[in-house]
Design a binder for this molecule. Structure first.
Ligand code: ADP
Ligand code: MG
Length: 332
């Protein structure tokens, strides 16, 4: 984390006092900031650079400033991300507060998720109990239900780095018992993940609509484009595009329950083949104590054929979700 003294000053962002950097990517930096006008309190600001260094050969003699090119595609994407977020209103989706731009930057002002990424919590806890996993995944699913059934939006980038949260006062810090040799050093820490009824880790919120897409007009409930002239493969495409979020949901649930992703290989090519074949296992000993019901649900999401893969309604109706104690996933 950067110290306060090192935070940059951005033109046009005078209203917001930057507090610390919360995330950085190739083209965006995300800061925690405070509203000096007091209206919004603390927020997150995603700062996106408008220009990138042009790497085309033959212009090595040029001054650096002349190599910077505007990224038209990038611009369209940022505007799309903002346009989509503007239409969304759900407790499990990060809210857009404002959008503005300066000569060199776009600024997306967002509702702050002080807990940060779910990803870090998986790393910290090694894996989640079934109750805690359910508490988390149901909230992600509620957001997807809203996106798929009401807003006509597919997210297309569901992963633990894009799932943020508002923490509750009590966050579990220990795992119940060692699961495999890797966890043995954590055995004597011996505390249990409790407190799920008192809110689990908090309210989960989906972030990062940078790859998301509108699949139908939420007003008319018809596919985007001219009504009546939409080809069957487009209509089918929409159903398939929703199913990409369901696959990703399965990957997240798998990862929550055991602490590692369903598909992994050092070689990108091998990994791609494994995914294409849906080649994963409930690896022993890590999956030995996880209920058959949870495994059944995961397997209905990690189904290669998108026609057979569970949709969001089927997911929410599965016994592992439904038969849980109601207090288990009471929203924080
Ligand atoms: P990118 O398109 O670069 O992945 P994201 O929107 O995913 O941009 O933001 C990058 C990272 O910044 C996130 O993974 C998260 O760590 C942090 N972040 C983004 N939005 C927020 C927010 N509203 N509250 C807290 N942290 C955030
Ligand atoms: Mg992201």
């Amino acid at each position: 984390r950067e110290s306060k003294g090192k935070l940059p000053r951005y033109p046009g962002l005078e209203r917001w006092q930057l507090i610390e950097k919360m995330g950085d990517g190739a083209f965006s930096n995300v800061y925690k900031a405070r509203d000096t006008q007091g209206q919004y309190g603390e927020v997150a600001i995603k700062v996106v650079r408008k220009f990138e260094m042009n790497s085309t050969q033959g212009d090595e003699h040029l001054h650096a400033d002349f190599k910077k090119v505007p990224k038209a595609a990038e611009r369209a994407n940022i505007l799309k991300e903002v346009q989509i977020m503007r239409q969304l209103d759900h407790p499990n989706i990060v809210k857009l507060i404002d959008f503005s731009e300066a000569r060199q930057y776009y600024y997306i002002i967002l509702e702050l998720c002080p807990g940060g990424e779910l990803f870090h919590q998986i790393v910290r806890l090694t894996y989640f109990s079934e109750n805690l996993s359910r508490h988390v995944i149901v909230q992600v699913a509620k957001a997807l239900e809203y996106l798929h059934e009401q807003a006509g939006v597919v997210h297309r980038d569901i992963k633990p780095e894009n799932l943020l949260f508002y923490p509750t006062p009590f966050i579990p810090t220990r795992n119940p018992k060692p699961k495999g040799p890797e966890d043995e050093d954590k055995a004597d820490e011996g505390e249990f993940i409790k407190g799920v009824g008192s809110g689990g880790i908090g309210t989960i919120k989906i972030a990062d609509f940078g790859l998301s897409k509108v699949i139908w007009d939420s007003q008319t409930m018809t596919p985007c484009g001219t009504v009546g002239y939409t080809a069957p493969e487009i209509v089918k495409d929409e159903r398939y595009s929703k199913s990409v979020d369901m696959w990703a949901l399965g990957c997240v649930l798998y990862t929550l329950l055991c602490g590692f992703p369903p598909f992994y290989d050092e070689s990108i090519q091998t990994l791609t083949e494994k995914v294409a074949r849906g080649q994963y296992t409930f690896l022993s000993p890590w999956w030995d104590d996880i209920s058959k019901s949870a495994q059944d649900l995961v397997s209905h999401l990690l189904t290669v054929d998108p026609e057979k893969r569970y949709d969001i309604k089927q997911f929410l109706n599965h016994p592992w979700i439904r038969e849980a104690d109601e207090t288990t996933y009471a929203a924080a």
